[in-house]
Structure formats: C-alpha cells, structure tokens
Write a protein that binds this ligand. Sequence first.
Ligand code: NIG
Ligand code: FE
Length: 424
Amino acid sequence: LIKHAEQIVQVCANNEDMLVGEAMKNIAVMKPEEGTSGLSLVIDREGNIADFGTDAKLEAKYANWSFENVLDASGCCLLPGLVDAHTHPVWAGDRVHEFAMKLAGATYMEVHKAGGGINFTVEHTRNASEKELFVLFKERLQRMVKAGTTLVECKSGYGLDVENELKMLRVIERARRDDNINIEISSTYCGAHSVPKGSTADETTDDVISKQIPAIKAEMEMGKLHVDNIDVFCEKGVFDIMQTRRILEEGVKAGWRINFHGDELNPMKAAELGADMKACAISHLEEISDNGIAAMASARSVAVILPTTAYILRLRAPPVRKMIESGVPMALGSDFNPNAFCLSMPLVMHLACVNLRMSMPEAIAASTINAAASLGRSETHGSIEVGKRGNVLVIRAPKWEHLVYQLGGQNDIIAAVVCRGKIA
Ligand code: NIG
Ligand code: FE
C-alpha cells in the first residue's frame, strides 16, 4: 500500500496501447479533491496494481487487508516506473579517452574507422569473462533503478561472433532471472552491431544468419536463454539496407520483434524499410526522410529517440516535432553505451524537452507507455492501470514535472522505486 500521495500520473487512462500525436499532451493526472488528504495505491501479492484512488475510498475498501509494506507518500507524486527503450549495458572497458577525442572535434565515424568505437569495446568485452561482465552489468542495472527505471531493453552486440554474443545474452539472462535485481528486462540480440576486424559486412551478415541465430535458437529451445528482439546497426559503412533486411527477416523467423538502429548518421531509408517490415521500433532517426515519417506513422512503428547520442555527438537533432505531428508514436531511451554514458531516464527526458522541443507530458508518455509499446509490453507495463504490473516511481515533489525539471538533481528526489510490488 502506498498512501497519502499528492498526485498519481497514470499516463493513459483507457488502456490504450500507446499515445500518438495530440494524445501525448493529455496524460491523465489524478489529484485529491479539495479538503481531502491524499491518494493511495494498492499492489497485490502477485505484484500487480489492484486499485488506486483517494485515501478515504481505499482505506474503507481495504480495511481488512493486511499489507506487507506500507509506504507513506505524503508530499510525493506517483508515476509509472520508467521504461528505458534502448541500452547497450553489457561491456567491459570504457571509452573515456574517446570522449576527449570527440570533444576535440573527431566525429563518431572517424573514431570508429580508426579502430576505436564499437570495435574497441568488442575487444575488451571478448576478453572479459561472463562473471566479470555480469558484475559490471548488475552495477549498471542498479544505477538505472536508482534513477527510476523499472523496465529496460538490453542489447548484445559487443561480441560479434557466436561464442561472445552467446556470452552476452547469457549475462542478460542471468540478470533477468535474478530475484535480487529489481528491474525487468527485454533482451535484444544485436550481433550485427558492427563488422568485426578482418571481416566484411557480407561475411558478417552470413555469419549472423547461418551461425549466430541458429546457435541462439538452440539455446532458447533448451530453455537456457530468452530473446525478445532483433537489432541491426543499419548505417553507411556498417550494414546496408539489403543486409539489414536479410538479418531482420531471419530474426522474425526466430520469433523476435524488429527493433533496430536506423537513419542515424546518414539517410538510409531505414524508416521505410522498418515500416515495410512492420517493425515494432526503430531507433535514432536523426536523418529520417519525410516518406519515412509517413511510413512509420501508418505502420505504427515506434520511433525510439535517443537525446543523449545526438547531444554527445553534436548531431543534427531528429525531427521530433514533425514526427509527433505526423502521428509517429514516440519513445525515449538512454542509449546507455560506452559512447553515451547515461543511465538516467529523467536526464534523457530533460534533454528531450530542452534540445528536441518535447513537452513534459510528451516526454513522460515517451518514457513509459510508448517505451513499453516499443517492446511489445504496453498491455502490462507503462501506465498505472488496475491489473498492470506494480511498477511505480515515488518522487518527493508536489508536482510530477519536477522529475524532468530538476536538472541533474532527479535522483535526489526519488523517494522509492517499486518494481513488481517490491521496493527496489
Ligand atoms: O546506439 N549506433 C550504434 N550503436 C550505439 C553506439 C554503440 C557504441 O558506440 O558502442 C548507439 O549509439
Ligand atoms: Fe544504440
């Protein structure tokens, strides 16, 4: 039981699976009636939301329930647990030296072509054991939880061969099954994240299709692994449109949702490809075309916008306003990776509002219900609805907008993070 709250942000009120266009501006916020004490929320033993409403109503209704935990949320607001739609959180080594190079003017692709970037991380990740990677990963997940994330998409993609991609997916799986880690995970296979040293894009595509995917499927059939999504870095000099299509098709055959990187540094018509393939989500989209915008809107493919990357690499901003106004469903992600070291969705929302001109309601919708939709989970996640997962963020502030407003201070006002009914 959480009681005496000032506001409950529901994000969407009618069990909608995502919020699009104007609807993103009208998120539902419940407030106590004049002269009454506050709002309460009840989570059942299965970890799902059982009820919410005024203190008075819930006190009467649940008078003979015995609660395992009672949280006093006086002076606090309740929001749905945040959903981070895009991260690369399993890796060893860091790239702080590259941050200096980029500050001095080097572009992402210059660093990449000089053997840095993803391939630098691949080398360190290949040399790390499963156990070492798990320790690093777990610490990062815990930092995400502290920043309010309760569901996160996690990619492989720093292994780039059968053995090392499996190693990364096993690390993700171990965290998924660990009861001491209070965050839910959607796992993504991204074996086509880069072309490994000594190989070509065509050879890598063949390796992904004929070796890596079958090996993962075999482990899934044995019940050892679970994979939700398939990803490719569709980019000039990495994987082209044809290679991307082949890999995504193979992923669909394996039963995975399409959720890939497109139109980031160069216009590739990746949005058009994704819409044509009924992609669940496409990330980045700084260089999306007008046709791509129209295609994504009609396919209802979710655009996963990553404000940290555009900020750090000083890229052209993705045309967020145009996309929202054209009816493209929009989500946000931290893109946590060694290039963009950010574990905080509140900071991501802040950047989205200031740099990409989103409103605060749009940013919270994009970080909850729409991010859940990008992972195919909006029936169970992303809003405060009876029957949905008991993932709730409690912030010490009189209005929920403080979570976006307090630049860099967001963690200080997070009073509690509840995941599946457990205080994380
Ligand atoms: O989303 N663009 C490709 N992948 C990541 C970067 C990964 C890396 O640089 O290690 C991204 O920004
Ligand atoms: Fe990424």
